[in-house]
Design a protein around this ligand. Sequence first.
Ligand code: ME8
Length: 514
Amino acid sequence: MSKPFYITTAISYPNGRPHIGHAYEVIATDAIARYQRLAGRDVFFLTGTDEHGLKMAQTARKRGIEPRALADEMSSYFQEMDEVLNISHDRFIRTTEPAHHAASQALWRAMVANGDIYLGRYEGWYSVRDEAFYDEKELIEGADGQKLSPQNTPVEWTVEESWFFRLSAFADRLLAHYEANPDFIRPESRRNEILSFVKGGLSDLSISRTSFDWGVAVPDSPGHVMYVWVDALTNYLTGIGYPDDQAGFDKYWPADLHIIGKDIVRFHTVYWPAFLMSAGLPLPKTVFGHGFLLNRGEKMSKSVGNVVDPIEMARTYGVDQLRYFLLREVSFGQDGSYSHEAIVTRSNADLANNFGNLAQRSLSMIAKNCGGVVPTPGPETAAEVEFRAALDSRIAQCREHMDGTPGFPRIDQALASAWEGLSIANEYIAREAPWTVRKTDPARADTILYHTAEAVRRLAILASWAIPESTAKLLDQLGQGADARDFAALGTPLVPGLPLPPPQGVFPRWVDPA
Ligand code: ME8
């Protein structure tokens, strides 16, 4: 058995309903998790909600409810989203779970034991929206002269007694780690940002709050709750059993891949590794900072009114249509844009026309002309030899894109290669024209249909991490059992004579209502 693979998303703040950015992150992570499972890895995929902090407390207060009630309500929408989007996570963690409080306190104690936590007084700028402290020099000036964080959010001057983490002592060790492990921060542009940030020197980090109580209690320190990012990051340990389930923890830690958005790379590549170093735990292999999803190129915000409900979108366009669009259209690691037109164009061209036509043509001809069983291929001509070689090379390219660069699965390019395979298969059937050949040479038509159906089978397996529901339907129609759907089955050809269920269209075409 090959090495287990542990992958995580960020855990989302359930202070509102999920938006398309949350959907994008969990879909991309799900695609990678499914890919690794198909490749035979034992995968653990963790996602969840980040329920503490001032932002949650303030939102709840505004609504006149308890933070816990807000978290319960909103976390349920994130869980519903995951279900609707066909997310294959192994665990959905909520940071309000008792096990997570215990894990956060265990990590805290380990950092205390290493001498990295001391009591002090925090005076400085805090952004509730970002749940982040900022140095004066990082702030920018807003339109009416008020101070804003580098993320353009309001900051407030905060003074309180606080526990501090000796982050300043970790700069050299962090830099040495980045140097020795180029895959630690991906993609390269994010790595460069962090390198220059850390080279600029690190201040100690305030890691507890006394002005509110919605959080994990600091051990042996009445009145203090942990800074939300300390407990939030710890979720990656809690999720696999830290500190009590040593076997589970040893099996999966260190994480292979933390998938997060570009706005929280600093927390994951500066604070998180420093906490782990302090606690004597190994560091995750890669933190990947993906880009942001923009609505027609604009940042989404409640005030612009362009926040889109991903559950609605999946119901409107179809789950696989939405998944495919996001995975194929966004260059992984960069920002991407979406619009109704772009989703419709992409899914009609690549799903309905390319994949749909190929499957429909070959399977309906087999149903009609081959007695509904996989036809028996006759002798191959140069056309089949070339076809198979071209397909083999696209399958290999797809896998190289996903596996070739440690920590950087090139999702969109992998799909581009798989879809080149589909185009090649469509060209093959169009050129060989079994519908014409059948009239004069039925055995040759059977050969062509066999090779086309075999291509549909292989490409359905190859794409199943991206569009699991549709490809499962195709593999049902090809009579493939549950044990014949992973990458190992790519090399096990269709068995002639296998009876097939009646074919049905899998990729509906979107037609705009008149
Ligand atoms: O940051 N496009 O939670 P969050 C793409 N709780 N991704 C986006 C996005 C957009 N428009 N907007 C947000 C948090 N994201 C913390 C994380 S992890 C220990 C704690 C991404 O709900 C964002 O970058 O604000 C993050 O990775 C995730 O969605 C959750 O964001």
